[in-house]
Write a protein that binds this ligand. Structure first.
Ligand code: PLP
Length: 379
């Protein structure tokens, strides 16, 4: 038995003819960067997200950097974000010359706790950067209210949440700009790197468009110091094929998540993911919390590995404790909920084609492990 975290080959096999055809079209067109496939994908993405603009870029990380820069964030500015996320969220802020300022998470959703943002706001704060972690939207109404009160921009890191919704609105379309990643394991994954910025703000859209192409408005006329951050035509062509299936895939992911949660609910000390009543999650990751078992997470992982089951820990070290940010002078204990989550979370295999029997096998394996742990080890 081998159960991977995700299996990208199944999806390809099911769409092989269409994807191969799309790739061939690009190869034969001789146009490999930007061009009509990217333009088509941008229109489809704007329609899907219900935004006026969508701009393809070369990764989710660049989507964040370019959005922040397009919002005017630079040296001397502070941006408030969560410490419990992938490093790219805060790195993007640092790459703009600004300072990431962290606010702790809500232990139920793992997303930034809006109630903890206000104490972090200073005269240098320019933006809030919520992350929709594991596919579930942050509490956007509260965040937008704070942004309005303090005149801050809101940039959504929706890398893990494409197709998810907050109160019926697509994530990424709610703040000033929304950032997506098409890293292969995301709900909508490319065959390499790719990203997208969506926005309803024409000025932000124009600046992102210039920034992704060396700051040029017209060929060889450069308005801003920009980047080479364009989306490849082959990636856009593949994504154009896959986008049509996204609602079906995300809905199946949610069903898989429900099955996991139902089977796990009979077990003590294992907390399935919580979905707030205002959210439709993209279910990008299926992440449980080992409430009573956190001392044994590594043992559980080793046991599952021996049973052929891959697992992962997203994320084992909160961003305020990363060496890359040591100059920010945060310490252990500064964000207790994030630090507790880093000790307790465990992500289990999740992809739309994951057989239900494999989910039962994973849960049975967790149960077998639990029955072997002497009760004195349970905290
Ligand atoms: C929350 C989050 N933000 C940003 C990124 C960066 O996206 P990319 O890998 O496309 O640069 C990722 C990707 O893993 C992510 O999960």
């Amino acid at each position: 038995m081998r159960i991977p975290m995700t299996d990208l080959t199944v999806e390809y096999t099911s769409l092989k003819d269409e994807i191969d055809g799309a790739i061939q079209r690009v190869v034969q067109s001789g146009r490999f960067i930007l061009g009509s496939e990217v333009e088509k994908f941008e229109i489809e993405m704007a329609n899907y997200c219900n935004t006026e603009f969508a701009i393809g870029v070369s990764s989710g990380t660049d989507a964040l950097i370019l959005s922040l820069k397009a919002c005017g964030i630079g040296p001397g500015d502070e941006v408030i974000t969560t410490p419990f996320t992938f490093i790219a969220t805060a790195m993007a802020i640092a790459h703009c010359g600004a300072v990431p300022v962290f606010a702790d998470i809500d232990p139920l959703t793992y997303n930034i706790d809006p109630g903890l943002i206000e104490p972090q706001i200073s005269s240098k704060t320019r933006a809030i950067l919520p992350v929709h972690l594991f596919g579930q939207s942050a509490d956007m109404d509260e965040i937008l209210a704070l942004a309005k009160k303090y005149n801050l921009k809101v940039i959504e890191d929706a890398a893990q949440a494409f197709s998810g919704e907050y109160r019926g609105r697509k994530v990424g379309s709610i703040g000033d700009a929304g950032c997506f990643s098409f890293f292969p394991s995301k709900n909508l994954g490319a065959f390499g790197d790719g990203g997208m910025v969506v926005t309803n703000n024409a000025e932000i859209a124009e600046r992102v468009r210039m920034l992704r192409n060396h700051g040029a408005r017209a060929a060889y006329h450069h308005i801003l110091p920009g980047f080479n951050s364009r989306l490849d035509a082959i990636q856009a062509a593949i994504l154009n094929v896959k986008l049509k299936h996204i609602d079906c895939w995300s809905s199946i992911r949610r069903q898989k998540a429900e099955l996991y949660s139902e089977l796990l609910s009979q077990m003590d000390g294992i907390e399935p993911p919580f979905t707030a009543e205002y959210n439709t999650t993209s279910a990008n990751y299926y992440t449980v919390r080992l409430r009573n078992h956190h001392l044994n997470r590594e043992q559980l992982r080793n046991y599952l590995t021996s049973e052929g089951i891959e697992t992962n820990v997203y994320y084992p070290l909160s961003l305020h404790l990363q060496e890359a940010f040591k100059t920010l002078r945060y310490r252990v204990g500064d964000f207790p909920e994030s630090e507790l989550a880093q000790e307790q979370v465990l992500s289990l295999p999740m992809y739309p084609e994951l057989p239900d029997e494999d989910i039962s096998y994973v849960v049975d394996s967790v149960r077998r492990f639990e029955s072997r742990v002497p009760s004195k080890l349970l905290v």
